[in-house]
Write a protein that binds this ligand. Sequence first.
Ligand code: NAD
Ligand code: UDP
Length: 313
Amino acid sequence: MKRILVTGGAGFVGSNLCARLVKDPENHVICLDNLFTGRMVNIESLLHLSNFEFVEHNVQQPIDLPVDQIYNAACPASPPAYQKSPTDTTKTCIFGVLNMLELAKKYGATMMQFSTSEVYGDPEVHPQVESYRGCVNPIGVRSCYDEGKRCAEALCFDYNREFGVKIKVIRIFNTYGPNMDPQDGRVVSNFIMQALRGEDLTVYGDGTQTRSFQYIDDLVEGIVRMMNDSRSDFLGPVNLGNPGEFTMLELAQKVLEKTGSKSKVVFRPLPGDDPTRRRADIALAKQELQGWSPAVALDEGLDKTIAYFKSLM
Ligand code: NAD
Ligand code: UDP
């Protein structure tokens, strides 16, 4: 039996990962979460399984659990959510990763850090390759998250060099899909909920900023391959994303077409330090993760996500 800890397991990405991991009867999955942005409804269907357990805990505090693998996903990811309590966000990034690295050190476990494309900040290199060191404002409204995640990466590599802890670092680009919180303020959930309710779609700035959107199943596949590739001692950091690049206006248009909504697009002020362009370079992931490549295009992923949000209404 492999004992696997998923921190942030009741959140969007964590719950999809837990659902994937419990399918293997050789896995015992411990989902740890303080429910800051996570929701019990995301793991409701797993709670009765004998190879799944839920532990309510804040990763800022140490915990002692014998484990073989740790997926450290605990951290709010939506800008409004992480900016609501910025100092707490930084504490979650830093104390959380320290506590998980200590746990990995104690039990010889592999610790995977869920890092982010935000470590590239407002990038001057396009698309973003892992060797690019980023352009991050160290004192802006996104810094609690961006610098917290950058420091967490540094801690992972220092624990590896200093103590030999087994680490894996992934940099996740904008991901969407079922189990997203309809209220959490990210663009895909906002646009779909607004369209379904017949409300105006709120485009921030002039809508020409870009993102590359990855469907959740593609991310989970990349995560699991990265953790379990026995042929390689590849530590990362590695980008996991979909290289398709869309403006927010294009996204709004797609959502309106797919939902058949009569909603209008309205423009709202651009939040501080909002990155202008973002696109994942995934050559390294393809090379190191046995040919991993995203399989779900934005159109298909949006259809599935719209169906999920409709089911909630
Ligand atoms: P989410 O907000 O849905 O999930 C985060 C989970 O962490 C929630 O369940 C929350 O309750 C939990 N959490 C937060 N602080 C905690 C703490 N102190 N102790 C215990 N649990 C805590 O966000 P998500 O989209 O699922 O993101 C998961 C991870 O992936 C995060 O680390 C995020 O930085 C990273 N990531 C996600 C994306 C994306 O597009 N979804 C992009 C880049 C990186
Ligand atoms: N955005 C928008 N309308 C919204 C929510 C977000 O236009 O209702 C924009 C936001 O300004 C950003 C992009 O969509 O340029 C992606 O935002 P999100 O919060 O999903 O992720 P992040 O900015 O962290 O990539």
